[in-house]
Design a protein around this ligand. Structure first.
Ligand SMILES: *Cc1c(COP(=O)(O)O)cnc(C)c1O
Length: 231
């Protein structure tokens, strides 16, 4: 049985407070950080709860799984893709998602650009960086990030909003914090070198959002703290 809306509302209230506290603790304004609820593995009700609560975007990590939910409640929400995307699904993703956070290759950039061009739109993207050097994670290695950004900026139908990372799974909270600090440093260097703000830093999930906010996150992607454990 999926949670009731009241449970969601209480968790979302608590989470908004926590995000605000994390911001205040480091002298940031709470409206610098957006909560992106992650509905993967949960029913379409998860997205409906987000709408009812007044949230405007949700994250999904697989195109195929998201499709049924997007069709169910499409017009009211911005869907963001946060999971690995294969080039052969670029057209489907570009059609149905408002932003792709998980771009990690030149091949995918080219496929998304072509698809966005065919759709006559400018598609916002984030570049996924493996800022924690975790072999188990997707994302481009930091050393290759300048080349990927250069390629991304040359795509006329894409708009690069910033960077995204997923911290390595580890018991040591310092590892996540170092990963997030690293992403911010990478962003600052790229922004200076390429003269583009790369404003968005998508980092932090249920278990590590405090350190992500401390290191400058602008989007926290939260699943289990809102919806409970995944099925
Ligand atoms: C599932 C997922 C999340 C949310 O994880 P929780 O720990 O449940 O908050 C965030 N980001 C990505 C890329 C995910 O796949």
């Amino acid at each position: 049985m999926f949670i009731e809306y009241d449970t969601f509302r209480q968790r979302a209230d608590a989470l908004m407070l926590r995000i605000a506290e994390c911001c205040r603790a480091v002298g940031r304004s709470p409206n610098e950080v957006t909560l992106l609820p992650v509905t993967k593995t949960h029913p379409v009700a998860a997205a409906e709860y987000a709408i009812r609560y007044g949230l405007t975007a949700v994250g999904e990590n697989r195109v195929q799984e998201a499709m049924q939910k997007i069709i169910g409640v499409a017009p009211a929400l911005r869907w963001e893709l946060i999971g690995h995307l294969q080039s052969n699904k670029a057209k489907l993703a570009a059609t149905h998602f408002a932003r792709i956070q998980s771009v990690d290759s030149e091949k995918l950039l080219a496929a998304l650009n072509r698809a966005a061009g065919e759709l006559g739109k400018k598609l916002p993207v984030l570049l996924q960086i493996n800022a924690g050097h975790d072999p188990a994670k997707f994302g481009i290695e930091p050393a290759d990030a300048p080349r990927l950004l250069e390629c991304a900026m040359a795509q006329t139908h894409l708009q690069v909003d910033g960077l995204m990372t997923v911290a390595p799974l580890a018991d040591d909270a310092d590892i996540a914090r170092r990963t997030f600090a690293n992403l911010r440093i990478i962003r600052d260097e790229l922004a200076t070198r390429f003269g583009t703000p790369l404003r968005e830093l998508s980092m932090g999930m249920s278990g590590d959002l405090a350190s992500a906010i401390a290191e400058g996150s602008t989007v926290v992607r939260v699943g289990s703290a809102l919806y409970g454990p995944r099925e």
